[in-house]
Design a protein. Structure first.
Length: 166
């Protein structure tokens, strides 16, 4: 009983010292005009893979993790940087998937860390995923952000790795 009480007091003390997460309204940065060209279905495709190298040389992929795809706009970059800082970006007027339904896409990495998005309009796109693993009881890894461009109906490939950490 005494050990549980000491553990609880220690946990509460640490929580009080932890930085507070913020909810940040970024609605004013969203521009319907900037995303309008991406709201049409196109014939482009983005394929890719997400992984990180461990300090011992092992490779961990984004297997099973969510992959986000969005138009490369100032709003998108701000949105994902706020997420990377551990805060919560919100839009007073809805979720990104409501404001640009054909442009904001969500997928998952397969067992090898591969992902694919199709029916994309030409333009510059941002791809974000995460790669995390446990060492003991400590989480390691990071969010990865990369960009690519689709010209016409081509297939673009993006590789998210150590240099794409945000």
């Amino acid at each position: 009983m005494r050990l549980r009480l000491i553990t609880l007091i220690a946990a509460l003390s640490l929580a009080a010292c932890a930085p507070q997460q913020q909810t940040i309204d970024i609605s004013r940065y969203f521009s319907v005009t900037e995303v309008a060209p991406f709201n049409v279905r196109g014939r482009g495709t983005i394929t890719g893979q997400g992984f990180l190298r461990q300090s011992g040389g092992g490779v961990v992929t984004c297997a099973g993790d969510v992959v986000y795809l969005a138009p490369d706009t100032p709003f998108t970059r701000r949105f994902f940087l706020i997420v990377a800082e551990g805060n919560f970006p919100i839009l007073a007027n809805g979720r990104p998937s409501q404001l640009y339904p054909n442009a904001f896409r969500i997928s998952k990495c397969d067992a090898q860390g591969n992902f694919r998005f199709s029916d994309l309009a030409p333009g510059k796109w941002v791809v974000v995923t995460s790669v995390y693993w446990l060492v003991g009881n400590r989480q390691q890894g990071d969010l990865l952000l990369g960009d690519t461009e689709i010209i016409g109906d081509e297939t673009a490939q993006v590789l998210l790795s150590d240099r794409n950490r945000i």
